[in-house]
Design a binder for this molecule. Structure first.
Ligand SMILES: [Zn+2]
Ligand SMILES: [Zn+2]
Length: 260
């Protein structure tokens, strides 16, 4: 399995996941043209895509969805509630696929399991994607880590996890109070420290590779996000570099390809 964040953060999210046979996108939050350009840069032809799976309806996850899905004529997967809120996206009905929580479904030879995550969207999802004996998790846009996520993701070798903000930077920053409350709330975004705590638990299971994503442009830096995970892992005796590898996506930029 290969995974590459084509873009990450509030300016747009799109992640390409592929086996040798099947390539899919999780979210299409940058323009279709830019998705196409970045796919080519990592050696994937856009018309190789077999489907698009949507985490939730926020613009930074669906900005390029209609054009991309329509142009490529490929199915788009989301829950019924999210479809209702994606009406404005005008995805042709024959491309709409409805999925349910905890349902396993296949796109080509990729197995996918969707599960709910706490975020201020109508029905936000995280995913486990598996192929043969390997699996990876994609969990982005969540305010806290519900207990069941540890079970859902206890066997993944790689996780793409939101590490959105440094709490002190949010508190000291210039955002209005309502926005600070939203970001820091239980259905907002994951802080560096909360992400680090969850990652520490996962590394005690099967986790070998960590990709930090959806970093805030104004309330975080890759250095801060990496530092908080590294110090948390060090605290439990986990050696970064040998036991587990950590990378961080820069806001809005094409990431690197990770393989499991
Ligand atoms: Zn969101
Ligand atoms: Zn988002």
């Amino acid at each position: 399995l290969n995974i590459c964040a084509l873009s990450s953060g509030s300016s747009g999210n799109a992640i390409c996941i592929g086996s040798d046979r099947t390539k899919i996108l999780v979210d299409a939050g940058i323009s279709a043209r830019e998705i196409g350009r970045r796919l080519m840069e990592i050696g994937v032809k856009p018309n190789e895509l077999a489907g698009i799976v949507i985490t939730h309806e926020h613009t930074d996850h669906v900005r390029g969805l209609r054009v991309l899905a329509t142009r490529l004529d490929i199915p788009v997967y989301s829950t019924e509630e999210t479809w209702y809120h994606l009406e404005d996206c005008r995805i042709p009905i024959h491309l709409q696929r409805v999925i349910e929580h905890h349902q396993h479904f296949l796109i080509g030879d990729l197995g996918i399991e969707a599960f709910p995550v706490p975020h201020d969207a109508v029905d936000p999802l995280g995913f486990k994607i598996y192929n043969q004996n390997t699996s990876l998790g994609i969990v982005t846009d969540l305010g806290h880590v519900p207990g069941y996520l540890l079970d859902r993701l206890g066997d993944v070798e790689l996780i793409y996890l939101e590490s959105n903000h440094d709490v002190d930077m949010v508190m000291a920053g210039s955002y209005p109070a309502f926005l600070k409350r939203r970001i820091l709330g239980q259905r907002g975004h994951l802080s560096n420290d909360t992400a680090a705590d969850f990652l520490a638990m996962l590394t005690e299971r099967c986790l070998k590779q960590i990709v930090l994503g959806h970093l805030s442009k104004n309330n975080n830096t890759p250095q801060l996000a990496l530092a908080s995970v590294k110090s948390r892992l060090k605290g439990i005796g986990c050696n970064v570099g040998t036991d587990v590898d950590i990378q961080c996506c820069c806001h809005g930029e094409l990431g690197i390809i990770h393989s499991v």
